[in-house]
Design a binder for this molecule. Structure first.
Ligand code: ADP
Ligand code: MG
Length: 250
């Protein structure tokens, strides 16, 4: 008989508030700046379902990366609730956050953030090694993703030997390889020329068609419009599709 993992000893109760993959309720975050408190995220409500492809659109300084860091379990909120698969992330301690991050989240950044001294294959294998998989097993597990992203001939190259578009493909492969619940992309086309950016967005569309859930952060409406839906963030407030923000993002 399969045993359910005990939750004994964890401070996080296994409550399931809804069927949404992500449910964020009344989430706030602020920073103390000298004597002033800077409210960066203001009462954010957001739901994301399995198979969604949502763009979070907002100007520089609006709180996009702060929100992404919280969704990606790299940072904690100050108040409010964040459920991932019904699990209350806002109640998790550091270790559990790290576990969730390693298992459930695939990150894609503007500047790729590859490790320069590692090969393409070693970079892509990273999330599996972090989870404790052995080297040769991890590298074998990467091959399908590497083939799917057309990187087969570049496997033993170093990132510096690749174009920007190829480096972002490596970063996308690294994000995908552990089959995370969510791909979180922060300005993924920001460092690329227009055509290469469009190729990356087309790749996202295909990955979404294959069932991957994607949250993409951008300041650029033409980039955001490639997603299935767009939500806007202005000065720390989130506006869903039908609502009008008080000011247009730059
Ligand atoms: P975006 O990604 O939309 O450009 P950020 O989430 O990076 O915006 O930042 C939102 C606001 O929060 C900015 O005003 C920024 O200066 C501030 N901020 C971000 N991180 C910190 C921090 N660690 N300490 C203080 N202020 C911060
Ligand atoms: Mg940012």
């Amino acid at each position: 008989m399969k045993m359910l993992k005990s939750n004994k000893g964890s401070k996080t109760p296994l409550t399931v508030p809804s069927d949404h993959m992500i449910q964020v309720r009344d989430l706030c975050k602020s920073y103390q700046m000298g004597s002033e408190r800077l409210q960066v995220l203001k009462h954010i409500d957001l739901t994301v379902d399995q198979g969604d492809f949502v763009a979070i659109l907002g100007p520089s300084g609006s709180g996009k990366s702060t929100l992404m860091n919280i969704l990606g379990c790299m940072d904690t909120c100050e108040s409010g609730e964040y459920y991932l698969h019904g699990h209350p992330v806002h109640l998790c301690g550091d270790r559990e956050m790290t576990d969730i991050r390693n298992r459930e989240i695939g990150f894609i950044f503007q500047k790729y953030q590859l490790i320069p001294k590692y090969t393409v294959l070693q970079n892509i294998a990273m999330p599996l090694l972090v989870r404790g998989m052995e080297h040769h097993q991890a590298e074998r597990a990467c091959l399908e993703t590497i083939r799917m992203l057309g990187l087969g001939e570049r496997m033993s190259h170093k990132p510096s030997e690749l174009s920007g578009g190829q480096q972002q493909r490596v970063a996308i492969a690294r994000a995908l390889v552990g089959h995370p619940a969510i791909l979180l992309a922060d300005e993924p086309t920001g460092a690329l020329d227009r055509n290469t950016g469009l190729e990356v967005l087309e790749l996202f569309r295909q990955l979404n068609e294959m069932g991957n859930t994607i949250i993409m952060i951008t300041h650029d409406l033409s980039v955001a419009s490639h997603a299935r839906r767009v939500v806007r963030i202005v000065d720390g407030e989130l506006f869903l599709g039908e609502e009008e923000p008080r000011q247009q993002p730059a």
